[in-house]
Every structure is written in C-alpha cells, then in structure tokens.
Design a binder for this molecule. Structure first.
Ligand SMILES: [Zn+2]
Length: 337
C-alpha cells in the first residue's frame, strides 16, 4: 500500500515514538466528578522498517471484553519485536463504560454511533474525535473487536462491507472466523468513519458481553495475527492456519411473536431450515405455547440468552448463505476439532 503513513517519528497524544521503539501512553479524554483524569491506555510497537500501520481496538462498547483479552494476548507475543511498520493496541476505548461494566458512556450515548466526532461536541463525540485524530487517521488498517450486546451472544464473525474494496474482502477471509457477514456501514460507527479516511477496517464480533470466552478469544487472536501476516507486518513460520471462510450476503432477526418466557431449541452455529422451530414461548402456567419458527434457512449467528421476551424482541440472528450443504456443515463444525 502506497502511503505517507508510518513516518520516522510518530506522535500520538503528544508522545513521540521513533522507529524501533515500543511505548505505552495515555490519551486524555475527560475528567470524572472527583477530578480523576480519564485516559485511554495505548501501547505502540514500531518496527525498524517502514510498513503498514494497524490499530487493534477493544471495548468501544465498554462491556464487550473478549477483545480486551485478545489484545492482552497479542501484547505477549514475542513476534512483536520483529514487526515491520507500526502496531497500535488499544485494549479499552470506552474507558468509562469499561469501569461501569456498561456498553454506554455516562450520558447513555453509544460511542460507536458518535464517530467521527467533534472537538466540542458531547462527551461521546469528543472521545470519538480524539480516537479518530490520534489513532485511526494515522493508520492504514484497523481491527475493531466486539461481542454481542448484554444478554446476547454471537457466533464468531467478521463484519465488513465487501463491496468497497477487494483488500477488505481478502483480509476478512484471512481473519478466518467461521462466518463473514457482508454488512452495510452504520451511521456514526467507527467502521464508517475509518473507511472514509481510507483505512481498511474489519469488525470482529464474538461471544457475550462481560465474559472471557476461550474459543472466541482464540478465533480473535489467531485472526489478528493472520491479518498482521497478510498485510506484511509479521513474517512467521507459525502457520496460523485457517479454515475456509464463508460469506453471508444477508441476515435477518427473528423477533418474538408473543410475550412470555421461552426455551430455545437451537444454539449459535446451528443450521436451520425454513419452518424449523427455534424456540417455544410459554405462559407462566405452561398452558399456552407459541412456536417461534425460522422464516428462511441459514446459520444462527446471534441469539438472545435472556429467556424473557415481549412481543417484537430480537431472539435469533440468522445469516443466509448461497452455499451447499457441505459449506453449511463446515460452518457448523468450526469448533469440532
Ligand atoms: Zn459492540
């Protein structure tokens, strides 16, 4: 990639980092009621040789912490002493939400709907602005790590808009999550703002909020390392071999047709056919039962784990593939061996 990025001296939040240096720094974002300063912790690792500039960020939604652990595991890798280019690791972007075990900022704003942000806007807008200015705009590539929202879980998946660039598609496949969802950009998301600045960005989604889930962490960790290899940041004899990745071109949410308590009949990663029963909603006495059925066949890539619903609540997220049974089996069996 031809770019002016990766300069001899990179400056982030006033800290100067030369080629070959590895530094921790703190990005000042705000102050709490008690005057405690709030800062986003960042670690920057620069190779001696020029190359791609990649950021990997976790917890833009403060309670989505699988990514925090993925970043921590990347930081322990010995290979980081031999990278080409610059790696910027941000384990927790929404430091407020993280400390409050919450997705949101104290003003109930969603940071991932506040990009690119403004210098003098709301707290969320200012945080987004600082993150864009100091980190994202200095990068050629990015990986943003998420989980499902609270009380939900996601089958590990990459979300990317594949129509904009062939490199994005190649990177999405290289990441090697069981499913790639070709999804439109959301207004105000980091993904949209990064793309407008010509930063190739992948969004990884896996597991639940407020948990460390080893299988998800492994998919995310290996995926990040494979992307680093693919963009020429690391050369490693480790193969980080991946399974084939399959692209879903559409997906839909199955919503509760009735309020009540429900028992699920399927799990994330399962294949379902049109008309299959996904769950049964019952009243408190068990005398009334409503079946929840799949409208179209596909793989369950997201599910509500809270067995209490009111009509219209999202229950299952199903991704549709134009693929053979063999492919469906490969997606279903991803974690088998
Ligand atoms: Zn999220």
């Amino acid at each position: 990639m031809k770019t002016k990025k990766d300069p001899d001296v990179l400056v982030i939040g006033g800290t100067r980092i030369k080629r070959g240096e590895r530094k921790k720094l703190q990005l000042e974002v705000s102050t709490l009621f008690d005057y405690t300063e709030l800062k986003i912790p960042v670690e920057v690792i620069r190779g001696k040789e020029k190359g791609p500039v990649l950021f990997i960020s976790g917890a833009i939604h403060g309670d989505e912490i699988n990514g925090v652990e993925i970043v921590r595991r990347i930081l322990k890798r010995k290979i980081l002493s031999k990278i080409k280019g610059t790696l910027i690791l941000v384990p927790v972007v929404n430091i407020f939400g993280f400390n409050n075990k919450s997705r949101y900022l104290p003003d109930r704003k969603d940071l991932n709907r506040s990009f690119p942000g403004t210098k003098k806007g709301s707290l969320a807008s200012q945080m987004a602005y600082i993150f864009m200015k100091e980190i994202v705009s200095k990068c050629t590539h990015g990986i943003d790590l998420h989980t499902a929202a609270v009380h939900r879980t996601n089958y590990p998946q990459i979300r990317a808009s594949l129509d904009d660039n062939i490199e994005t598609e190649e990177l999405a496949k290289e990441f090697g999550a069981p499913v790639i969802i070709n999804s439109k950009l959301r207004d105000g998301s980091l993904r949209e703002a990064a793309r407008k600045r010509n930063v190739r960005i992948l969004l990884f989604e896996g597991g639940q909020a407020l948990r460390f889930e080893e299988n998800v962490i492994q998919v995310g960790l290996k995926g990040c390392l494979r992307v680093m290899k693919k963009i020429g940041m690391i050369t490693s004899r480790d193969k980080y071999q991946r399974k084939p990745a399959f692209i879903a071109n559409s997906s839909y949410w199955v919503r509760a047709p009735h309020g009540g308590t429900f028992s699920a009949k399927v799990k994330i990663g399962n294949y379902v056919e049109e008309g299959d029963t996904l769950a049964v909603i019952a009243d408190l006495f068990g005398s009334s039962r409503v079946e929840v059925v799949a409208e179209k066949s596909g793989i369950v890539v997201g599910a509500n784990l809270l067995p209490l619903v009111t009509r219209g609540d999202a229950m299952f997220h199903i991704a549709n593939f134009d693929e053979s049974k063999k492919v469906i089996k490969a997606v279903e069996d991803y974690f088998e061996d």
